[in-house]
Design a protein around this ligand. Structure first.
Ligand SMILES: Cc1cc2nc3c(=O)[nH]c(=O)nc-3n(C[C@H](O)[C@H](O)[C@H](O)COP(=O)(O)OP(=O)(O)OC[C@H]3O[C@@H](n4cnc5c(N)ncnc54)[C@H](O)[C@@H]3O)c2cc1C
Ligand code: FES
Ligand code: FES
Length: 1372
């Protein structure tokens, strides 16, 4: 038998034939490192973010058709694409030869901010277009197709809305709705309108959906808004979109189409540690498995790939059986549909959907349950490649399919060389222990048969996860009952299977026995629930935690099934009543309507010169390059000659003595150059920190947290460095206590020195005494992981015989990187230059924590005198770099009978982690903001930073503001519950007004809070919707709606006065082009674009003549971090100042030649020897606060906003959906409404994650569990409000910032708490069903577990959880 060692495939039409492929290489590694195609990004390496999405195409010779699939290049082994064609983002278009329609639309629709997710999202959309074209004979994708295509993509910046809007223009619905109509509404998101179309608008659409509906009640045609003259600008102009023409797509490589020869090759590819076999017949496969029983069979590699990357597993033999026809069969038998074990999940989905459409409903009930489960199973990229066999054989206790297969008693066919064929039933005995089953080592799973159902069989499956899309289950279940129909419905047979309740998928046999022979009525429900409680216990320390919640889900799922079946069987016999209408809500699902949106903003006046870019909706200046993959991020920079790679050795204990560090085994690995540690620097210099140096660069004797740097291995390449770093042996001796939570730190009085703060205003004790009511409350708010899509990365390049160092870093603060490297190495700052072109998101996480990596990389580069690079893996980044501070606080609030706030005595703490970092400043901002937007005349606020054994928490968008303001809103929520009034009423009556004085004695000027409030009340139609919500809640027992309107008031300025300064450098060249540099970092927020707009106005030239290349410490020195929302305010003024200097110099030439052109004036100045470069500088005036006297202005001004959100919750599972959000934001006169609206939406969705989804969990001994996108859930595409309307307040110029604009980055984030309080509102309604009223504590985030357990009912009462046991996890 001939075997082949060469891997042959195509990339972007180019043939690759490689005889030296290492089977351990992923396709992503190959693309980025071997082919230097860096458009495809690494975001997580575990299939969870979609940044690495590419299209993989093959020719199905049997069916005679092309197959195009999106796939995660980070999990696809490069050997697996033998005989296939790979298309990357570079292969579909670029800015030089022309963009693809997909690339153009995402960029032009403002769907790319930092751009790191963009290539992956582009490729998901591209693969969808191509697949629809092939499968649907030239059809456009539907909105539903799009929803599914993006389940596996994450974006941390945009809030998804603009991406959906841009791509909506490629859908079937858009085509139907009349994309060719001209723009009619300057303030609506979408140009064009259904008005005037033959098939009308939403109301006429058969699906009740209008592709261009806006927030003012349906179709944009019905908007009652009177537009001002000149309101003709739009967020993006679809008339400029090039049409998508599938005939222009590159052809599939003829070699692969004409001959199946590559498909028939038996591959045997040997690498240093792993051999890859691709057999082509069953006999070959069985022989291989016979010879290598421990070999791993891999199809999608979505399980094994993760094990290899994150669990350090090495599997010496890999068998890829995707050419073995028996494993690919799909066949109808008498019993059901038989699927070969290598059939992918998407192929199963398609086949079952086809069967559901053609067979009678009663025959396809199991199929429907599988299809439903598959919708919630991973993302499309995973389902495209992952096979059913992999899911069964992995035997994960939270597998989504195994409960269904067990409940349906699916048949499995197994085969081995020696034992031949055997058939087994999938039941409770199939799995023997955690991830183990009855299949023998030499056996192969051949097929699974999913049975037909029948008329008397009822089958349903359920899943609850943290996030609805692309998330693993917390608990899942499948139920199968056969019920005899007649006068009374009697259960004949029952199979119940649960996942997430034990180390294996469980069959609840005793409960099934209870069901047998019983009538399907309320009595049965009670007995079954009692049986489930008995049969499915969980110990209080069971892995996975959430014990009470998980147990409650076992009952909730059965109840949902009970109600569903009750409605279906003939229950209305004489002795059996039908269930009350309101109970049917138990089995109803959440809305599946496609998202709609609107954006309103002030357009530029008609007389504004065309070339003046200020106020225009110009796309982000790098958006097009980001969409094509041409935009370069730190790790995309080509490798330098002699470059080495660095891998950190991190502490793995939260509090321990380091007894010994032994790097010898690592140093013995070929290719390892050095182990860098504390011994490589002067001990006096081995410390760092942004304010005080309280952290060691390299830990010497004691670990105070996991994720601290002990040292670093520097090696020839990434794989060698990472493998060797794992071999460094560290001996620890644990130290107690390990402090994880704030509560524990307070009890043990563990605080960072000098962080206690006290602020007093008025006489709080007297005011509390005089208040009609005083309420004491407490609340905890969890932290948040930044999850910028690009992890921390640095390259350090020694120059000029080691006397200079160039550092390219993904930092928000290059000056600090420069300073800290100088301090650590003793090299003066003027020998070090730190450069940043762009970063893939920062959100505060790259303000001070970048030093963690930049310092070791710089030290290693100087020691070895060679360029050194490192980009952290996602898990390293999450373990080491800290995040948003959790807060906990207690308060006494005094108020009048009418709910007027009179006094507040509050005490709160943040969880700072092991070092101080910026925690004291974060705490201070929380103190400034704890009253949010409300006047509280008497306050006392005590606060301190807790010292814990966690990674050091740091800046994160809002910088303590969102945590502080959360306290105020909890107080309002408590007061409203006590007074039994609508919280909106209490909020409105306490809002600050013009001239009011805050508790830190700043007088409010230009306060537009009440304007924002009333506009939001009106736009959201609050009063009417409050009544609607109340009436919905009366009609539904198990689904409740909630509504909440929340204001925000965010102070703009660094609270440390000296940071409020900035610089700029403008250079005008003799051709008239302008190179602009300023102190700010472009991290997606559009700062460079806005700075160009400012320069455009001052210089009087179009933005196309101005370019920003990078931020660099050798252009603008001593800069502040790009943070505190002040990037545009500070740098904009400095840019303006520099440009004004240039204009002063040019004015004489303009006066001499008034009709001349810019280039002529520049040229004339040059020949007159006038300098054409100028620096600019700015410092904010009249700010500075004194803590001693509680006086002075900490803030330059305030950004105001109000949001109203409506949610629906499922009281039985805690699931929720945001039905609608309306935001009104005062951003002064926006420099760029498109960018600002993007910031509002992006901040809102990030805040939505903070308050509802994102939960950091640690082990009791301080080890982070929630690492990577699999365990830590950010909002996805499906989580955005079904209706999302953003409006920028008009006619509110801000006199205190550049061109009357306002800062936007952080302020809108808190508005997402409107979702939290809407959820709380809905929970209140659920609680009132069981007679509970008054205030109750709901900590943030409002996860499904918290929502469910707060609802309380007869089911939750059945659950008791043992106490006094150390739980599996802790939320710090
Ligand atoms: C981002 C992400 C999200 C996910 N989401 C979900 C989810 O929502 N729900 C869920 O249940 N799972 C989920 N998974 C897990 C995983 O995708 C599935 O288990 C998938 O079905 C595995 O298929 P595969 O082909 O990729 O398996 P592989 O990784 O290729 O193989 C998995 C295992 O199965 C064995 N195996 C495969 N075929 C055979 C065979 N024919 N005979 C014997 N042994 C065999 C292999 O040896 C290996 O041990 C997720 C995974 C990722 C990475
Ligand atoms: S990098 Fe591949 S999915 Fe995240
Ligand atoms: S633009 Fe999507 S992650 Fe930044």
């Amino acid at each position: 038998m001939a075997t082949y060692q060469e891997v042959i495939f195509y990339v972007n039409g180019k043939r690759i034939a490689d005889k030296n492929v290492n089977p351990e290489w992923t396709l992503l590694y190959y693309l980025r490192n071997k082919l230097r195609l860096c458009g495809t990004k690494l975001g997580c390496a575990e299939g969870g973010c979609g940044a690495c999405t590419v299209m993989v195409s093959r020719y199905d010779h049997k069916a005679g058709r092309l197959v195009h699939l999106s796939a995660n290049a980070c999990l696809t082994p490069v050997c697996a694409v033998h005989g296939q064609a790979v298309t990357t983002v570079e292969g579909i278009g670029n800015t030089k030869t022309g963009l693809h329609a997909v690339q153009q639309r995402i960029a032009a629709a403002h769907g790319s901010q930092c751009g790191f997710c963009t290539p992956g999202i582009v490729m998901s959309m591209y693969a969808l277009l191509r697949a629809c074209d092939v499968e649907g004979g030239g059809r456009a994708p539907t909105m539903k197709d799009m929803e599914v295509a993006f389940q596996g993509n994450l974006c941390r910046c945009t809030g998804y809305r603009p991406i959906i809007e841009g791509f909506r223009t490629l859908t079937e619905e858009w085509e139907r709705c009349g994309s060719r109509l001209p723009a009619v509404n300057g303030t609506s998101t979408t140009n064009g309108c259904c008005k005037g179309l033959a098939n009308g608008c939403s109301k006429g659409d058969p699906n009740g959906w209008c592709c261009k509906a806006n927030g003012d009640g349906g179709c944009c045609s019905s908007s009652g808004e009177q537009l001002a003259p000149g309101d003709v600008e739009i967020l993006f102009d679809t008339s400029k979109f090039k049409p998508y023409d599938s005939s222009q797509e590159p052809i599939f490589p003829p070699e692969l189409k004409l001959s199946p020869i590559l498909d028939h090759q038996y591959l045997a590819i040997k690498g240093p540690r792993v051999t890859w076999y691709r057999p082509t017949t069953l006999d070959q496969l069985l022989l291989l498995k016979h010879n290598h029983p421990q070999a791993k069979i891999i199809v999608g590699n979505t399980e094994v790939g993760v094990e290899v990357k994150f669990k350090n597993c090495v599997y010496p033999v890999l068998i890829h059986p995707t050419r073995v026809k028996e494993l690919l069969q799909i066949e109808q038998t008498d019993a059901g549909i038989k699927f070969g074990s290598s059939v992918t999940l998407n192929e199963i989905d398609s086949k079952l959907k086809a069967e559901i459409n053609s067979l009678p409903e009663h025959k396809t009930r199991v199929f429907a349950a599988v299809v439903e489960m598959l919708h919630w199973f991973a993302g499309k990229q995973i389902r495209n490649v992952a096979a059913v066999g992999g899911n069964i054989m992995t035997g994960s206790p939270i597998s989504d399919l195994n409960p269904v297969f067990i409940a349906a008693n699916c048949m499995l066919e197994l085969v081995s060389k020696e034992g031949g064929y055997r058939t087994v039933t999938m039941n409770g005995s199939f799995f023997t222990s955690y991830r183990k089953n009855i299949v023998k080592p030499d056996e192969v799973l051949l097929s699974i048969t999913i049975p037909f159902s029948h008329e008397f069989m009822y089958f349903k499956a359920y899943k609850q996860a943290r996030r609805r899309d692309d998330d693993i289950a917390i608990v899942n279940a499948a139920f199968n009952v056969e019920i005899q129909r007649g006068a009374s419905p009697i259960v004949q047979k029952a199979t119940l299977a649960y996942g997430g309740m034990a180390p294996t998928t469980l069959e609840a046999k005793q409960t099934a026995q209870v069901l047998k022979g019983k009538k399907w009525d309320m009595k049965l429900l009670e007995e079954v629930c009692n049986a489930i409680v008995k049969e499915l216990p969980l110990s209080p320390d069971a892995p996975g935690g959430m014990i009470a919640y998980r147990r409650s889900l076992t009952l909730s799922f059965f109840y949902k099934f009970f109600v569903e079946v009750y409605g279906k069987v003939n229950c209305n016999g004489p002795q059996q009543e039908s269930l009350p209408e309101r109970l049917l809500s138990a089995s109803q699902g959440l809305s599946t309507v496609h998202p709609q949106s609107s954006q309103y903003f002030q357009v530029v006046p008609p007389n504004q010169p065309k070339m003046d870019a200020v106020g225009r909706t110009i796309p982000h200046m790098s958006a097009f390059k980001q969409a094509t993959g041409e935009a370069v991020y730190c790790d995309d920079i080509p490798h330098y000659e002699n470059e080495l790679y660095l891998s950190l050795v991190l502490t793995t204990r939260a509090h321990a003595k380091i007894i010994k560090v032994d790097a010898a085994p690592a140093l013995a690995v070929e290719g390892v150059h050095a182990f860098i540690s504390a011994s490589d620097i002067d001990p006096k210099r081995n410390s760092f920190g942004p304010i005080i140096h309280d952290e060691e660069i390299f830990v010497t004797s004691t670990a105070y947290s996991t994720g601290q740097v002990i040292g670093a291995i520097v090696a020839i390449d990434q794989a060698t460095a990472q493998q060797a770093a794992k071999m460094v042996k560290v001996e620890y001796e644990d130290i107690t206590p390990v402090i994880v939570t704030i509560e524990d730190a307070v009890a043990k009085e563990s605080f960072h020195k000098g962080t206690h703060r006290l602020m007093k205003d008025g006489d709080v004790d007297a005011a509390l005494k005089e208040s009609a009511h005083v309420f004491k409350g407490e609340v905890h708010m969890g932290g948040q992981e930044h999850f910028y899509l690009e992890t921390h990365s640095t390259i350090a390049i020694p120059r000029e015989e080691g006397n200079e160092l160039e550092v390219i870093s993904s930092t928000q603060h290059p000056s600090e990187a420069q300073k800290l490297i100088s301090e650590a190495t003793g090299m003066p700052a003027n020998h070090i230059v730190c450069r940043v072109k762009r970063i893939g998101g920062g959100f505060g996480g790259k303000e001070s924590r970048g030093a963690l990596l930049a310092l070791p990389v710089a030290i290693a580069a100087l020691k070895l005198n060679r360029p050194v690079r490192c980009m952290l893996d996602r898990d390293e980044d999450m373990i080491a770099s800290g995040g948003r501070h959790p807060f906990y606080g207690k308060y006494s609030i005094g108020f009048s009978k009418e709910g007027k706030l009179l006094a507040c005595d509050i005490e709160f703490y943040n969880n700072a982690g092991h070092s101080l970092d910026l925690s004291a400043s974060v705490l201070e901002r929380a103190i400034f903001h704890f009253q949010n937007a409300y006047k509280i005349p008497n306050i006392r606020c005590k606060a301190a930073c807790c010292k814990t054994n966690l990674p050091s928490n740091t800046a994160f968008r809002g910088f303590g503001g969102p945590q502080g303001m959360f306290f105020a809103e909890n107080m309002i929520s408590d007061i409203s519950a006590l007074l039994n009034v609508d919280p909106a009423q209490v909020r409105e009556s306490n809002l600050y007004e013009e001239g009011d004085r805050t508790h830190y004695n700043q007088v409010l000027e230009h306060c537009t809070l009440k304007r924002c409030w009333s506009e939001c009340m009106q736009r959201s139609d609050y009063e009417k919707r409050r009544l609607d919500v109340n009436s919905f809640n009366k009609q539904h027992r198990w689904r409740k709606r909630g509504l909440s309107i929340i204001p925000t008031m965010f102070g703009i300025a660094f609270t440390a006065k000296f940071l409020n300064q900035s610089g700029a450098l403008v250079m005008v060249y003799t051709d008239g082009s302008v190179l602009l540099t300023h102190g700010g970092i472009e991290m997606g927020q559009g700062l460079h674009t806005k700075m160009i707009q400012v320069a455009s106005r001052v210089l009087g030239i179009p933005e196309t003549k101005i370019y920003i290349s990078e931020t660099s410490t050798d252009k603008v020195p001593n800069t502040s971090a790009t943070a505190a929302s002040s990037g545009s305010d500070l740098n904009g003024m400095a840019v303006m100042n520099a440009c004004q200097t240039i204009m002063e110099r040019l004015n004489p030439f303009i006066a001499a030649n008034p009709k001349g052109k810019w280039e002529e004036w520049v040229s004339a100045a040059y020949f007159e020897r006038v300098s054409l470069s100028a620096t600019g500088f700015y410092r904010t005036s009249d700010i500075g606060y004194d803590w001693e006297t509680n006086s002075g202005n900490p803030f330059n001004y305030f950004t105001f906003g109000v949001a109203c959100s409506e949610v629906e919750i499922d009281c039985l599972t805690g699931d929720h959906q945001v039905l609608r959000t309306d935001i009104v934001m005062d951003l002064g006169e926006s420099l760029n409404p498109a960018i600002d609206i993007g910031q509002v939406e992006g901040a809102f969705i990030q805040g939505y994650g903070l308050y509802t989804l994102e939960e950091l969990t640690y082990s009791p001994n301080g080890i982070l569990y929630s690492r990577g996108p699999g365990a830590y859930k950010l909002p996805g595409f499906a989580d955005i409000p079904v209706q999302f309307n953003v409006s920028l307040l008009r006619g509110a110029p801000n006199p205190r910032a550049v061109y009357s604009s306002k800062a936007v980055g952080e302020p809108p984030l808190f508005l997402a708490s409107s979702v939290f309080f809407a959820i709380k509102d809905a929970i209140s309604s659920a609680r009132s069903e069981v007679g509970l009223s008054g205030p109750f504590r709901l900590d943030s985030p409002a996860t499904s577990a918290r929502i469910r357990m707060a609802c309380q009912d007869d089911f939750t009462k059945k659950i008791t959880v043992g106490k006094d046991v150390t739980p599996w996890n802790i939320v710090p």
